[in-house]
Design a protein around this ligand. Structure first.
Ligand SMILES: NC(=O)c1ccc[n+]([C@@H]2O[C@H](COP(=O)([O-])OP(=O)(O)OC[C@H]3O[C@@H](n4cnc5c(N)ncnc54)[C@H](O)[C@@H]3O)[C@@H](O)[C@H]2O)c1
Length: 447
C-alpha cells in the first residue's frame, strides 16, 4: 500500500517507520521544515529507543521518505493518515482540532481516486464527521472514506507497542475502508493482534475511555498510597496484592507523583468537556483530574517537610525530568510543577535527566543542569527521584553519602526499598510506605 502520514511527531514518525517496515511505501509529511530537513539528513528529532535504526533501514530500502510537500504523496496514496497534534485548547480544555482540520483541508486539495483518510490523532467523538464534511466542502468531487484508527502506543516502548499491539481499533462508516485497513494492518493481523472494527464514533470514544481509565487507575493507587502513609501500610505490597487479581491487573498500579505526559492530562480533560457538552458528565474523571492536579505540588511539599518545612536557600538535586523514562518528552511532566513549587519555596534546584534537559531548558527557568546524578548531588540537601530512568536504579549510595550535604533521599517512584537506602545512613522518604504505627481503633486502645 502507498501511505501518506501527515504529521511526523512521536506518533506519525513511529507509525510511518513501522508501516514501512511492514513493506508499505510511506511518505511522512510535516509542516515543520527543520524536522523534515533533520530527517532527510538521517537525524531523528525525538528520542525513542530503536527508532533511529528502524528509520535508517527503511529509508535505505526505499520504503520511507520525508517531505514538507502534500500534493504528490497525497495524490499517490491509497491511505492518508492524520497524526498531527491535538493539544488542549487554551482557555477551555477542549481538544484543539485546528491542526486536524487544517490537514483535512490540505489533503482534500490533493487526493486522487478513492482514498481512505484515517484519523490517528486522538480526537473527540464526532471529529470524523467534521473531517469528512470539511473535505467534501473543500472538494465536493473527492472520493474518500474517513476512518478513525486511534493509536495506543506508549512513548519509550513505541515500536514494540506498534508492532505488537494489544488490539487495533478501526472505526468505519464506509464498508470500502474495511478491506483497505485490513490490508494496512495485515502483518499484525496475521500475528494475531485483534483487529476490532467498530463505528467511527465508537472508535473515537474508545481511545478516550482507555486513557481516562488508565489515568483513573493511577490516581486510585496514588490515593491508596496516601492512606498507606497515614495508617502504616505499604502501597507496593497492596499493588501486588490487588494486581494479582485478574479482574484488576497489575499494570498502572505504581504509586508516584501523579500522571503527566502528552496524553493523559489533555485526553482526560477533553473527555470531561465532551461529556459535559453532552449532558452526561463523567464525575469519576473530573475527580481524577482534580486529584492529580493537586498531587504534583503536594510532592514538592513532601520534600519540603522532609527538610523540616523549609527549603529556602537549600540545594535540591532532582533526578529525572521527563514524564517517564526512555523519552525526551517533557509535556505536562510532573517535574515541572514539583520544581516550580520547590523554587517558590526558595530552593535552588539542580537537575539531571539522560534525555530531557534540552526540552526542560525551554520550559523551566533557574535550574542548574548537571552531567550525572553525582554531579548534581554534590553538597545537596536532598536527592529527589522524579523519573525512574534505569540508570537511577543502582545509585552508588556510599558515594552519594560522602558528597551530599545532607543524607536525604526522596524517592517519588519507589525505585528503592527503604532499608536499602537507610543502610547507607540516609533518611528515606518514598510514596505510600507508611512507617507510622497502625492506627489502633479507640475501643481496642482503651483495653
Ligand atoms: N505521543 C504519544 O505517546 C501518543 C500516543 C497515542 C496517541 N497520540 C496522539 O497522536 C497525536 C499526535 O501526537 P504526537 O505526540 O505525535 O504529537 P507531536 O506534537 O509530536 O507531532 C505532531 C506533528 O504534526 C505536525 N503538524 C501539525 N500540523 C500539521 C499539518 N497541518 N500538516 C503537517 N504536519 C503538521 C507538527 O509539526 C508535529 O511535528 C495526538 O493527537 C496525540 O494525542 C500520542
Amino acid at each position: 500500500m502507498k501511505i501518506a502520514m501527515i504529521g511526523s511527531g512521536y506518533v506519525g514518525l513511529v507509525s510511518g517507520a513501522c508501516f514501512a517496515d511492514f513493506g508499505h511505501t510511506v511518505v511522512c509529511i510535516d509542516k515543520a521544515e527543520a524536522k523534515i530537513a533533520a530527517l532527510n539528513r538521517g537525524e531523528i528529532p525525538i528520542f525513542e529507543p530503536g527508532l533511529d535504526a528502524l528509520v535508517a533501514e527503511n529509508v535505505k530500502a526505499g520504503r520511507l521518505s520525508f517531505t514538507t510537500e502534500f500534493a504528490g504523496p497525497v495524490a499517490d496514496a491509497d491511505v492518508v493518515f492524520i497524526a498531527v497534534g491535538t493539544p488542549s485548547r487554551r482557555g477551555d480544555g477542549h481538544a484543539d482540532l485546528s491542526y486536524v482540520y487544517a490537514a483535512a483541508r490540505e489533503i482534500a486539495q490533493s487526493v486522487k481516486g478513492f482514498t481512505v483518510v484515517v484519523t490517528k490523532s486522538t480526537v473527540p467523538v464526532g471529529t470524523g464527521d467534521e473531517v469528512e464534511r470539511i473535505m467534501r466542502e473543500t472538494r465536493p468531487e473527492t472520493d474518500i472514506a474517513v476512518v478513525s484508527n486511534p493509536e495506543f502506543l506508549r512513548e519509550g516502548a513505541a515500536i514494540s507497542d506498534f508492532k505488537r499491539p494489544d488490539r487495533i481499533v478501526v472505526g468505519i462508516e464506509d464498508e470500502r475502508a474495511r478491506e483497505v485497513m485490513t490490508e494496512v494492518y495485515r502483518p499484525l493481523y496475521l500475528n494475531q493482534s485483534p483487529l476490532l472494527f467498530t463505528s467511527r464514533r465508537t472508535s473515537e470514544l474508545t481511545k478516550y475511555a482507555a486513557n481516562a481509565f488508565l489515568a483513573m487507575k493511577i490516581t486510585f493507587i496514588n490515593e491508596i498510597a496516601d492512606l498507606c502513609e497515614k495508617v502504616g501500610a505499604d502501597v507496593q505490597e497492596i499493588s501486588r496484592g490487588i494486581g494479582l487479581d485478574g479482574r484488576i491487573g497489575g499494570k498502572f498500579l505504581h504509586a508516584g507523583p501523579g500522571y503527566g505526559g502528552s496524553c493523559f492530562p489533555k485526553d482526560a480533560l477533553a473527555l470531561v468537556k465532551t461529556a459535559q457538552d453532552n449532558d452526561s458528565p463523567v464525575r469519576l474523571i473530573e475527580t481524577t483530574i482534580a486529584i492529580n492536579d493537586t498531587r504534583k505540588r503536594a510532592m514538592a511539599r513532601k520534600v519540603i517537610s522532609a527538610l523540616n518545612g523549609d527549603v529556602r536557600g537549600k540545594k535540591i538535586a532532582v533526578l529525572g525530568l521527563t514524564f517517564k523514562p526512555e523519552t525526551d518528552d517533557m509535556r505536562d511532566a510532573p517535574s515541572i510543577s514539583i520544581i516550580q513549587a520547590l523554587q517558590d519555596g526558595g530552593a535552588k534546584v539542580f537537575a539531571y535527566d539522560p534525555e530531557g534537559m534540552e526540552a526542560s531548558r525551554a520550559m523551566l527557568d533557574n535550574i542548574t543542569y548537571g552531567t550525572s546524578p553525582y554531579d548534581i548531588a554534590e553538597g545537596a540537601d536532598a536527592l529527589v527521584i522524579v523519573t525512574e530512568w534505569n540508570q537511577f536504579r543502582a545509585l552508588d549510595f556510599q558515594r552519594l553519602r560522602t558528597i551530599m550535604g545532607r543524607p536525604l533521599v526522596v524517592d517519588l517512584r519507589n525505585v528503592y526499598k527503604p532499608d536499602e537506602v537507610k543502610r547507607h545512613g540516609f533518611a528515606y522518604v518514598g510514596i505510600g510506605r507508611g512507617t507510622s504505627p497502625m492506627v489502633v481503633p479507640v475501643a481496642e486502645a482503651a483495653e
